[in-house]
Design a protein. Structure first.
Lengths: 255, 309
């Protein structure tokens, strides 16, 4: 794939030099730092907000543990981070077509496959670094506010979600290669998320396919067992297929 | 001489609309070729096909000897392209964009660094440190020309390269294109006839997706200039002009104060027979009668119907 390295370098520099470095990392870091504190002080917050009316509810709440902090992180990844990926990456390829930058690049010896694959690879690495940084932050703050923070539940949860995040990034790469509108691609991406969440209710499918990752990160964060080998492997394999399909679709398009 | 661009029977249809209709073109290597046509004639579509951004519906397109339908990077490595509205990464500086463009060609740093310096100088952007997002359209256009030259291309394809430039910027770009004559084939589309007349050897005129003329500029002017007759009489020019204007073969008659009458004729033979008779009938001294030369603009208007520019 000609021009892959030069184009990947451009993508990486673009992340560092534009809004991209602030939005997803900023959002995740905020939740990574505040999540453990929220988890630790939820009973006190509820009591302060509800006064006597919620006194019974507050008494019935179990004493928060580090697992509540992990669950908070898993929930934020599964909802807010995933929605952010769908919205941000809806224009990953179509944005360059719209702005005319794709024309200047693609009339040079960089193949269209390299153009698409470089984007998917660089942004997957960026997502991985962001999730790892956020998980490290939430791990550290959890240790501070709860006094202990065993790593296994947190990291198995975060890394299994990362495979799901990469899958969605690949879905958005394909959608933005096929569709001209960022909003349209984001809409279809949200639809895909809704379908996967419903499909996760069927256990055999959840056990052996990517849909299992819709709920597995939360289960793992709560310290429970969840078989994630097949869902992770099939998610990453499907992500590769989707990116290859995106490259093929982009090759067949006229610019 | 070999052809840098050879297009045969090129047809392009978009959603049942025939944008290009059996276009034939041949551009000799080393020439400066002007691709003229009114807006919507199909110039940009032709350039998009030449650069591989779009595919022909029918016909063959060969660029530097390669069929663009079957080769990819082999052609792109040897061409430079400037689209009509170049899109840059706005967060880059001009130097960074040129470095990025050079990187896509795989140009080594020791070659790339001095070349970037020369091109920044050529584009008048050496001391500009702001990002491209803050550039005027003219600055972007000049950077666009510079990036198209980063690989020292054998074929330079430019879509309306001077349309956004002020007179000084336009002169600089045209001088630069002229300086490439003989070393690089320059193919540029435009609707600015003055630019074509100034630097091109050969021109093709496209109208409604069809090539209505292709020739060397002098040849084209001479060919269509046959439809123009210049007559000079010492006195009595007004009456003669009036009489000529009434003739069936006279499409347009123009007079200047020196007694010269310029006639656009629809039937050159009838005009050459009848004009001397008209002069003799009025007993006027005939000082000059010759075929006139049409300007490119007049040729253009005549060929595309004068409805657009």
């Amino acid at each position: 794939m000609n021009g892959f390295a030069a184009f990947a370098r451009k993508e990486a520099t673009e992340i560092v030099r534009t809004w991209r470095i602030w939005v997803l990392p900023g959002m995740l870091l905020f939740f990574a730092l505040t999540g453990p504190v929220m988890a630790r002080f939820t009973p006190e917050i509820v009591a302060a907000a509800g006064g006597d009316q919620l006194a019974g509810l507050v008494k019935s709440l179990p004493t928060p543990t580090y697992l509540d902090s992990y669950a908070q992180w898993a929930k934020n990844l599964s909802q807010i981070a995933l929605f952010a990926i769908i919205i941000i990456y809806g224009g990953l390829v179509s944005g360059e077509r719209k702005s005319g930058t794709a024309i200047l690049a693609l009339t040079k010896p960089v193949s269209r496959s390299a153009f698409v694959v470089a984007k998917a690879v660089v942004h997957s690495l960026f997502l991985a670094l962001t999730v790892i940084a956020g998980t490290l932050a939430t791990w550290g703050v959890t240790a501070l506010v709860f006094g202990k923070a065993p790593g296994e539940a947190l990291w198995s949860s975060a890394l299994s979600w990362l495979a799901f995040g990469v899958l969605f990034l690949a879905i958005m790469t394909l959608l933005s290669s096929l569709m001209g509108s960022q909003a349209g691609a984001a809409g279809v991406g949200l639809g895909a998320f809704a379908l996967l969440s419903i499909a996760a209710l069927w256990e055999p499918l959840a056990k052996y396919s990517p849909v299992g990752l819709a709920s597995a990160p939360m289960t793992l964060a709560m310290g429970k067992e969840s078989a994630i080998l097949w869902p992770v492997v099939t998610s990453l394999a499907l992500a590769c297929v989707l990116v290859a399909t995106a490259a093929w679709a982009f090759r067949t398009k006229e610019l | 001489m070999s052809a840098a661009v050879e297009i045969r029977r090129l047809t392009k249809v978009y959603a049942h609309k025939r944008v290009l209709d059996r276009v034939d073109l041949r551009v000799e290597e080393g020439s400066v070729f002007g691709f003229l046509g009114p807006n919507g004639a199909g110039k940009t579509t032709t350039l998009r096909i030449l650069t591989g951004l779009a595919r022909p519906t029918k016909g063959t397109v060969r660029v530097l000897g390669h069929d663009v339908a079957t080769v990819d990077n082999a052609v792109r490595a040897e061409i430079g392209f400037l689209p009509d509205v170049p899109g840059f990464y706005e967060w880059m500086t001009a130097g960074e964009f040129l470095r990025f463009a050079g990187g896509l060609f795989g140009i080594e740093r020791r070659v790339l660094d001095p070349r970037i310096e020369v091109l920044l100088d050529l584009a008048g952007l050496t001391d500009v440190t702001t990002r491209v997002g803050g550039y005027s359209r003219g600055m972007k256009q000049r950077l666009g020309v510079a990036q198209a030259l980063i690989n020292a291309p054998r074929l330079l394809l430019l879509d309306e390269p001077t349309s956004a430039l002020d007179p000084m910027g336009r002169k600089e770009v045209l001088d630069m294109l002229q300086s490439l004559r003989g070393r690089t084939t320059v193919f540029f589309s435009t609707h600015i006839l003055g630019d074509v007349e100034r630097i091109c050897d050969t021109v093709a005129i496209l109208d409604h997706g069809r090539v209505v003329a292709q020739a060397r500029i002098e040849e084209l002017k001479a060919r269509y200039g046959a439809g123009k007759v210049v007559v000079e009489v010492g006195e009595g020019a007004d009456g003669l002009a009036e009489a000529i204007g009434a003739a069936a073969w006279a499409a347009k008659v123009e007079r200047d104060p020196t007694g010269t009458i310029e006639i656009t004729v629809s039937d050159a033979e009838a005009a050459s027979r009848e004009i001397p008779a008209m002069v003799a009938a009025r007993n006027l001294p005939l000082r000059r009668m010759e075929a006139g030369e049409m300007g490119l603009e007049e040729v253009f208007v005549q060929l595309v119907g004068g409805g657009q520019s």
